[in-house]
Design a protein around this ligand. Structure first.
Ligand code: HEC
Length: 254
């Protein structure tokens, strides 16, 4: 019916209204109408507004201390462990080892308790790693005696048959260079590690005492090593790894 009632037009002329260059916003219209008509202005304006909103949301969360998930039993590294950690970094152990036990059954059965965010607050930089050519080391502290680590670093295959881990013989010859210990502690403090105010003054004494203990412990296993060798610092570091929350468990069960 509609088609029949119509008239055939071979070429219908079509026309769009001419583009208006400047739309005048009438007095009684909202200012929003003005910006809606200008896409570039609108884009820049909304970007600025979003940035301000983002800063307002983020800056306070960076500044609020209670947002950092600290665990009371997690303490800063001792001077010797701090030096050992730097040897770990220097030797690139983190290229083959992760320090991050994930919360999966397959990992907790093998390595132990999964890693908590609060355990890494004093790790600058963190050494989570991303590749496991060797096993995860986050819970290796206390897993073996010092002598195990000593022999393993000297020749991994003696402790772990068919190991593909490289040997690190120079750690047994090199004397630990702790000359920049104070600077390291100061740098850590600057990044928020709560070392006491004049910790540097006693740091090298504390380093000596701890390395003495490890050397004495190795002597009990019939290993004679000078306490100022790099291997002693590395052992101190490895034995500390992931043990801070175990202290908490031990205290809780008392
Ligand atoms: C080329 C890769 C590689 C590098 C680099 C490497 N490792 Fe290993 N690591 C392994 C492998 C593979 C194993 C497993 C076999 C074994 O126990 O030796 C292992 C095992 C270990 C273990 C025993 C872990 C356990 O739970 O039984 C420790 C501790 C360890 N490595 C420490 C280190 C340290 C410290 C360094 C740096 C000085 C280092 N590794 C560098 C590959 C590597």
């Amino acid at each position: 019916m509609t088609a029949r009632s119509g008239v055939f037009l071979a070429n219908e002329e079509t026309e769009a209204p001419a583009a208006v260059k400047h739309v005048e916003v009438a007095q009684n219209e909202h200012w929003h109408r003005w910006i809606e008509l200008r896409p570039t202005h609108m884009l820049i304006g909304s970007l600025i507004v979003i940035l301000i909103g983002g800063l307002v949301e983020m800056i306070p969360t960076f500044l609020v201390k209670s947002n950092i998930p600290t665990i009371a039993s997690v303490k800063p590294y001792t001077p010797l462990e701090l030096e050992g950690r730097d040897i770990y970094i220097r030797e690139g152990c983190n290229n083959c080892h992760t320090q991050m036990v994930r919360p999966f059954r397959s990992e907790t059965e093998r390595y132990g308790e999964y890693s908590k965010a609060g355990e890494f607050v004093y790790d600058h930089p963190f050494l989570w790693g991303s590749k496991r050519t060797g096993p995860d080391l986050h819970r290796v502290g206390g897993k073996y005696p010092n002598s195990w680590h000593y022999n393993h670093m000297l020749d991994p295959e003696t402790m772990s048959p068919n190991s593909i881990m490289p040997t690190y013989p120079w750690l047994f010859d090199n004397k630990l260079d702790a000359s920049d210990l104070s600077a390291k502690i100061a740098a850590m403090r600057k990044m928020g590690v709560p070392y006491p105010e004049d910790y540097e003054r006693n740091a090298s004494k504390e380093l000596d005492e701890q390395s003495e203990k490890i050397a004495a412990n190795l002597k009990e296993s019939k290993i004679s090593v000078a306490k100022d060798k790099e291997i002693v610092a590395l052992i101190a570091y490895l034995q500390r790894l992931g043990t801070d929350i175990k202290v908490k468990d031990a205290q809780a069960s008392k």
